[in-house]
Design a protein around this ligand. Sequence first.
Ligand code: TRP
Length: 353
Amino acid sequence: MSNEIIVSGMRPTGKLHLGNYHGALKNFVALQDKYKCFFFVADLHALTTSYKHTENLAANSEQMLIDWLSAGLDPEKCTIFLQSDVPEVSELNTLLGMITPLGWLLRNPTYKDQVNELLARKYAGQLKGDENTPLAERVKGLADEDISVYGFLGYPVLMAVDILIHKAAFVPVGEDQTAHVEIARDLVRRFNEIYGVDNVFVEPKPLYTKETKVPGLDGHKMSKSYHNTIDLGEDLDSVRKKIMTMYTDPNKKKANDPADPEGCVVYAFHKIYNPDAAKRCAECKAGALGCVACKKQLFELMEPELKGFLDRRKIFESDKAQLRAILHKGKEAARASAAVTLEQAKRAMKLIA
Ligand code: TRP
């Protein structure tokens, strides 16, 4: 067990899918045994892009929390909390906002690209033109919420605060978050330079998860907006049916036709769930096994883990008092940790003596 601190958060999108699990959550669960971890539901970050549609925000946060717990995050081992439960975060956000150059935010990696990227993800089914059309054209007119707002521009400042307020050494994130962690590091140096200190914040390093690619049922990236997910707490019959619809080599027409497993979604899943995936690959190439049998076996391999998620989900879903207690405990611990850094920052800025 290391004394080093880890912070990470996820925007609450509701129920998580296997892409979220293998891409991030599974790693959180492993890290809680090795580091002092703070994991939070980034509900304020959700507001930066969905400030008008807040009717599902609390429910989405709760569903994500249930998935975290079902996957094995343990409030006895790590601090689990709701971002908006920690007012110190918002206070430090105000303070660090004062020293954040606009250029850093406008260039992140370019704020405009991000706005377009987000719209494209959100309205994936309604994009105009084809892949050769510039993204800015493809998203025109789709937004029902204008995300050219102060809060969204300030997204990286708030994220830096999440990390710095607990003095995290490492931040487990996807590579898409590199620029954000870099801004957090730059803010530490700028704060130190302006206020002549070096011990308020720690420069955090990204901790990239070994990439486990989980394709969606259709072979594209697994994503809610593409309607190609298998959810963590999905009932087993539904999963079985979905596996039967998975994309396979279209050239394999008969059960004993030889086929190419690269690009086959079933094979991509075997690589995750089947210790004998290499053998399966050879069988597929030799035409020794039909897709239906291959899919049935995949389901059997996935079933124990999925059943575990499902059983634990049922327990947490029916025990709201326990969920409240977990968040309360997390909030107390996160506030205590945050208050220390906030006070040091205010002292460095001469707001308090
Ligand atoms: N920006 C992250 C994402 O979209 C979520 C996030 C918010 C986060 N604050 C954070 C991740 C702090 C790590 C640390 O995935």
